[in-house]
Design a binder for this molecule. Structure first.
Ligand SMILES: [Zn+2]
Length: 177
């Protein structure tokens, strides 16, 4: 397995729409290696999610896992999941705001509104159908990754850019607003 280079904001790959993965593509060793490398890369950088576009592969794949992340302490745990061609529908119009960061936008945090609960449909890495409901931080991570797969980053979803803060200053001074 290898640690992959993470694309940073400004790289055009982050603004493209990822291609759906065909079922037979999932049986290719190259694609399975990509998924393994994405998981390895996410863990290496203490991320809680990573989309393939972030490692320069415009494919509709995201991985996520919330373990004991030093970047997101005190968050509920989410087991490792590979989402291929994910889609989601909100379970209600209810949204909540919370802080987000992004491995493609190092060090910065901002407050982003997201749907509180969503139903997710996807394939797993073997092509099996996955259906799950997610709420709170879990739902937030999936919406953040879904955005990546559609050319968006969390800045695009922020209602108030004045909440933007460097993580170090945020831990030192708390939220400015
Ligand atoms: Zn991100």
């Amino acid at each position: 397995m290898s640690i992959l280079k993470v694309a940073r904001l400004g790289h055009p790959v982050l603004r493209g729409i990822a291609d759906d993965v065909a079922p037979d593509e999932l049986s290719s060793p190259a694609l399975q290696k990509l998924i393994d490398d994405m998981i390895e890369t996410m863990k290496e950088y203490d991320g809680v999610g990573l989309a393939a576009v972030q490692v320069h592969e415009p494919k509709n794949i995201a991985v996520l896992e919330v373990a004991d992340s030093p970047r997101y302490p005190n968050k509920p745990k989410v087991p490792l999941a590979v989402l291929v061609n994910p889609s989601f529908t909100p379970l209600s119009d209810e949204t909540e705001e919370d802080w987000e960061g992004c491995l493609s936008i190092p060090e910065l945090r901002g407050v982003v509104p997201r749907y509180k609960s969503i139903r997710v449909q996807a394939r797993d890495r073997h092509g099996n159908k996955l259906e799950l409901t997610a709420s709170g931080f879990h739902a937030r991570v999936i919406q953040h990754e879904w955005d990546h797969l559609h050319g968006k980053v969390f800045f695009d979803r922020m209602r108030d850019l004045s909440t933007l803060a460097y993580l170090q200053e945020l831990s030192r001074y708390g939220a400015a607003r």
